[in-house]
Design a binder for this molecule. Structure first.
Ligand SMILES: *Cc1c(COP(=O)(O)O)cnc(C)c1O
Length: 368
């Protein structure tokens, strides 16, 4: 039995990557804003219609660079507890305090109606996540940020390929960050990006990402977040396949819908959102149901993942206990099903059958 994992990295035809690599060998430029990095940046800039775009080594450093470039060095950052750990860890790493605001039950993004109550004189920014590729309440968040003079950072790691009101979902806020990790919809093995609204902030980020100096002139404290040519080459080989990647994910999503409508709960998509089909999250009625379904799937070598669990306000290394009932509840009973181009209808059908049988067994035990 071949193992079915929650995701499988997309690989372009080998010859297309080899062609890219062969050009790197001809150029003998391996890093430091080489031709492949420049080409990928220009392609992605155009695709996203982003004025100020920085390709960096990963999506976590992108978040840290965002805080640094916006000169946020301490204070409180309002954020969501329902995300991958990097959203919170980047805030802590930059010596700021994450202040968790609970999420909406409909699509798991930060609950905008609860943001204002969490603002204090120490609040510097709102860091929200377009989780699973669904859009945050962008207009309302911006309105609050303007009123309280806060910066807005979007962790847009899931949103590449989503469009909101005709614009790439990855281009909102003062800075949006992307991840091009191998497990993401579009990847460069490891990689990430910062999309910056203001030119001055973008220039500062450019300096920070390469040690803070230009030649012998030293401007500011910097780090090394430069991406190299081989990673960019993977992106260049994959990018032309993006339309078929998204179309294939859409088809798989619809196949799951066909089997699972009425069986499990699903997030509600928003008006104005052109969805990228980044993940296929399903919500069970209870953690017990989830664990039973997992046991049944695992027995068949099928491995969904608990995205996202635990709710990040419960991370053991946080100094202070904060409570987010909605996120904690959803975290306990949500899972992402295997979801990647190439997943066959036969396997999807098998996965759904196992889920249905396991849920039926739970129900029979309840009524027994
Ligand atoms: C993947 C991910 C990141 C981190 O990206 P890396 O490129 O792996 O560092 C950050 N935030 C979210 C929501 C993610 O899913």
């Amino acid at each position: 039995m071949t193992k079915i994992n929650v995701t499988k990295p997309y690989l372009p035809p080998k010859s297309e990557y080899q062609q890219q690599v062969s050009e790197i060998f001809d150029n003998c430029i391996l890093t430091n804003q080489g031709p492949k990095v420049q080409e990928l940046e220009s392609i992605l800039k155009k695709y996203l219609q982003a004025e100020n775009f920085h390709y960096v080594t990963n999506g976590t450093i992108a978040l840290q660079l965002a805080l640094k470039a916006l000169a946020i060095e301490d204070g409180e950052i309002i954020t969501t507890p329902f995300s991958y750990v990097a959203t919170t860890s980047s805030i802590l790493w930059e010596r700021c305090k994450p202040v968790f605001v609970d999420i909406e039950a409909d699509n798991f993004t930060i609950d905008v109606d609860k943001i204002e109550a969490a603002i204090t004189p120490r609040t510097k920014a709102i860091m929200a996540v377009h989780v699973f590729g669904y859009a945050c309440a962008i207009e309302k968040i911006q309105e609050i940020a303007d009123r309280y003079k806060l910066k807005v950072i979007y962790d847009a790691a899931h949103s590449f390929g989503s469009r909101y009101k005709g614009q790439a979902l990855s281009c909102y806020g003062d800075i949006s960050t992307l991840s091009f990790h191998a497990t993401k919809l579009f990847h460069t093995i490891e990689g990430g990006a910062c999309i910056v609204k203001e030119k001055a902030v973008s220039d500062r980020l450019e300096m920070i990402k390469r040690f803070g100096h230009q030649g012998d002139d030293y401007y500011c404290l910097g780090i090394n977040a430069k991406q190299d040519e081989f990673n960019a080459a993977m992106g260049l080989a994959i990018f032309p396949h993006l339309p078929e990647i998204i179309a294939s994910r859409r088809y798989i999503s619809e196949t799951y819908d066909y089997h699972l409508t009425g069986v499990v709960e699903r997030p509600k998509s928003q008006s104005g959102l052109e969805y990228n089909y980044a993940y296929y999250p399903v919500l069970f009625r209870s953690e017990e149901e989830l664990l039973k379904v997992f046991a049944a799937l695992n027995a068949e070598e099928i491995f969904p993942r608990r995205y996202f669990y635990p709710s990040l306000n419960n991370l053991p290394y946080l100094q202070e206990k904060q409570i987010c009932p909605v996120s904690e509840d959803i975290s306990r009973r949500i899972a992402c099903l295997p979801f990647y181009p190439g997943l066959s209808e036969e396997i999807i059908s098998k996965i759904c059958q196992i889920i249905k049988t396991a849920l039926l067994n739970v129900k029979m035990q309840e009524t027994a």
